[in-house]
Design a protein around this ligand. Sequence first.
Ligand code: ADP
Ligand code: MG
Length: 136
Amino acid sequence: MERTLCIIKPDAVKKKVQGSIIQMILDAGFKILGMKMLHLSKKQAQKFYEVHKERPFYNDLVDFMTSGPVVTIALEKDNAVTDYRYLIGATDPAEAKEGTVRKMFANSKQENAVHGSDSVENGKIEVGFFFAESEL
Ligand code: ADP
Ligand code: MG
C-alpha cells in the first residue's frame, strides 16, 4: 500500500467544496488514514514548499497557502501517488481533464484547490510532515 498527502487548499475551503473533494477521493477508493483542518503558519508553508524556493512563484504560493485554513489528509491505496494525481488533474486547471478535482474546483494555476505528492518517497515524507505515525 502506498501513501500520499492531500491538502485541500485555502481557495477550496473558502468555496466550501472540501466536502465534495473528500467525497471524490473516497469514491475513487482511497482510505483516509488521518485528516486535520489547520491554518498553516508562514514557516510551515515555507518548509513544506522548500523544493520550490528558487521558483518565481514561491513567495506568492506561501502567501496563498497561509491565506486561510486548509485540510490535510493522509491517504492510502494501491498505487496511491499516481492514482491521486490522476484524480486531481494537471497543475493548471486550463490543462486539467474533465471530471478532475482541479478542472471542477480550481480558480487558477496557483489557486488550484488541492496539493498532491509527486512521488512514492515524497508521499511518505509529506504524510509525516503533518501526521505522527501514532495518529494514523
Ligand atoms: P503540483 O501541485 O501539481 O505538484 P508544482 O509542484 O509544480 O505543482 O507546484 C506547486 C504549487 O505551486 C502548485 O500546485 C500551484 O499552487 C503553485 N504553482 C506552480 N506553478 C505555478 C505558476 N507558474 N504560477 C503560480 N503558481 C504556481
Ligand atoms: Mg508538486
